[in-house]
Every structure is written in structure tokens, then in C-alpha cells.
Design a protein around this ligand. Structure first.
Ligand code: UDP
Ligand code: MG
Length: 316
């Protein structure tokens, strides 16, 4: 399954490689290419590639919905019992797919690729992603080196119930672990980008950090949010009570009015503002989920498909 956004130059080579590798290994397959509203010639190139090979299926999005939505569409439109997402830009190597499948056969539900020798910019991408991976690993309790690597292998049984939002495709192994999946990782080859350019900038780091917050929140507190919100609330009530007593103490025994020093107010106000916004953000996440799932609002719209049965145009 391949999410595609403006990758016309690498598509023919990519598909050829996947077919060669899998045919040689004697693995039955279908390739789902999800064109995420590309503005270059990707749609044309894909149509040409899919012609005469029914194993290549294409989902054309009505506009750009992002990599996570593209991957959801890939899951939704695939039929196999094992699903392997791979990037369209040839940075992942299709030759690794049989190795991932072999590892899966050893008794795992998720095999995550690990780009140990990563070929991206040293500080901006590699260093930051190391820090990010370390934090995600610690926060989630699912210990992997490289969540961001698209090349992974999943058993359908563990992703059946996963719904993805924002930048969350990288957290699928974490969701899967909630359903009891056995998870491992395997080193995979990584190549520098040859054609086109990366679709992401630094803003992704912010998004991933916030998504992580949401994922950890959902994991720990979704069943009993009052423990979290109420806990914070009580804590703040206690702080305010103690401060009040201290103000009385100063007034009565030190004869000093708190009003003469503006600092406590400033610190308390800004800190509370920070905490409140985070909590409100989490609350909003719950609301958003109710909204999406209760109304069955799709997270992407499909224009048309190739080699796939006709559909109503929406999914997710
Ligand atoms: N992609 C997508 N929709 C987007 C952005 C990216 O489907 O809005 C695809 C892109 O074509 C590629 C994969 O997601 O197959 C990873 O994107 P990219 O290579 O730009 O990210 P990087 O490798 O730099 O992390
Ligand atoms: Mg890439």
C-alpha cells in the first residue's frame, strides 16, 4: 500500500521493483496506490501503470488529505490478511518486504521497519527524530526505535479497529498493542530521496508531539477522564487554599501585604493558563472523536478508483 503525493518521477520504478521482488519471492499480492490529490502528473502515471495489471489498484482522492488519510484509504481498500505500507519516494526498499513477512511469520502481528542508517538531513531530521522516538517509546511503553518509518508489516486483525487522525499513522503499533498485538522491529534499508522533495517541514514535529499527547491520554484516561481532570482540579484548589492561608499569615504575622509583590500572581496565572489550555485541548479531542464517529463523517473523499469495485465516494 503506497500513499502518493506528487511522486510522478519515482512511481514507475517503485511499482516495477515491488512486482519483481514479490514475484521472485513467490508472494501473492495486490498494490494499492492512494493518490493523495497530487498536483503533478502522478494520476496519469498511475493510470498508465495500472492498465493491464489488475493487481495494481488505484484510489484517487478528491484533494490532498494527508499521508494518514491516504494510509487509512489503503487499509480500507485492501483485501489481504497482511498489509505493508511503503513510501512512494523510493526511500524505502521493496527488497525488504519479504524479510518483514518472514519476521511476521515468526509469530508477530506487527513488524516495524527501523531505518538504522537513515539517509536524511543529519540534525534537522535524524537527531530530532531520535529524540522524538525516545520520547514516544518511553511515553507509550511500546519500545521501537523508529515509529516514523512507513515500511512496516501489519496483520489485518490488529488494525481492523484502528481509526487514524492527524499525523497518527506512526502510532499504529501503539494502537495495535492496546489490542494485544505482538510487536517487533527489523532493520531496513533507507535511501536518500532521488526525485522530488520531502512533503514535510519542521511543523510536523509540533503535530507529532501533540498527537503523542493525545495518544498517551487516550491510552490512560479515556475510560476515566475525571481522574485526570478532577485530579488537576483538586490539586489547584489545594494550591489556592494554601496560598490564601499564606496571605493571611503574611498579613497577620509579618504585616506584609501580598499585593505589594506582583510576582505570585504572574506565575500562577500563566501556569494555570498553560494547564487549562492543555486540558481543554484534550477535552476537544474527545469531542472531535464523538463528532467523527457518531456522524460517520469520512476523513477523506474518493474521486474515482481503478481496478477496484465502484463505491459511494467516501470512506474513513
Ligand atoms: N504523502 C502523502 N500525502 C501528503 C504527504 C506525503 O500521501 O500529504 C506521501 C508521500 O508521497 C510519500 C510518503 O507520504 O510516499 C512520505 O512522504 P515524504 O517522503 O514527503 O516524507 P519523508 O520521507 O520526508 O518523511
Ligand atoms: Mg520520504
Amino acid at each position: 500500500m503506497v500513499p502518493v503525493y506528487n511522486e510522478e518521477a519515482s512511481l514507475p520504478l517503485l511499482v516495477e521493483k515491488i512486482i519483481t521482488v514479490l514475484d521472485e519471492a513467490g508472494i501473492a499480492f495486490e498494490i494499492i496506490m492512494v493518490n493523495d490529490g497530487s498536483t503533478d502528473g502522478s494520476a496519469k502515471v498511475l493510470a498508465a501503470i495500472a492498465q493491464g495489471d489488475a493487481r495494481i489498484k488505484i484510489v484517487n482522492f478528491a484533494r490532498n488529505f494527508g499521508q494518514t488519510a491516504a494510509m487509512m484509504a489503503g487499509f480500507d481498500h485492501s483485501k489481504g490478511s497482511i498489509i505493508v505500507p511503503i513510501d512512494a519516494d523510493l526511500q524505502n526498499d521493496p527488497a525488504d518486504i519479504p524479510r518483514l513477512l518472514a519476521k511476521l511469520d515468526e509469530g508477530y502481528d506487527v513488524v516495524s521497519g527501523w531505518r538504522r542508517d537513515r539517509k536524511d538531513e543529519a540534525v534537522k531530521r535524524n537527531l530530532l527524530s531520535r529524540v522524538a522516538n525516545w520520547i514516544i517509546s518511553y511515553a507509550s511503553g511500546v519500545h521501537l526505535h523508529d515509529y516514523g518509518c512507513s515500511l512496516k508489516a501489519y496483520r489485518r486483525s490488529v488494525i481492523g479497529r484502528v481509526k487514524l487522525y492527524g499525523e497518527m499513522h506512526r502510532f499504529i503499533p501503539i494502537y495495535a498493542s492496546w489490542y494485544g498485538a505482538r510487536i517487533t522491529e527489523l532493520e531496513v534499508t533507507h535511501h536518500p530521496r532521488r526525485f522530488g522533495k520531502s512533503n514535510y517541514g519542521m511543523i510536523r514535529i509540533v503535530k507529532v508531539t501533540l498527537d503523542l499527547l493525545v495518544v498517551s491520554f487516550l491510552d490512560r484516561w479515556i475510560g476515566k477522564p475525571i481522574y485526570l481532570f478532577g485530579g488537576f482540579g483538586l490539586l489547584w484548589l489545594a494550591v489556592s487554599l494554601v496560598s490564601l492561608l499564606y496571605v493571611f499569615y503574611l498579613k497577620l504575622f509579618a504585616n506584609l501585604s501580598m499585593i505589594l509583590t506582583p510576582m505570585p500572581l504572574l506565575v500562577a496565572m500563566s501556569f494555570m493558563m498553560g494547564v487549562m489550555s492543555i486540558l481543554i485541548g484534550l477535552l476537544a479531542e474527545i469531542v472531535v472523536r464523538t463528532y467523527f464517529e457518531a456522524l460517520a463523517k469520512p476523513i477523506y473523499f474518493v474521486n474515482n478508483t481503478v481496478n477496484l469495485p465502484p463505491e459511494h465516494g467516501a470512506g474513513g
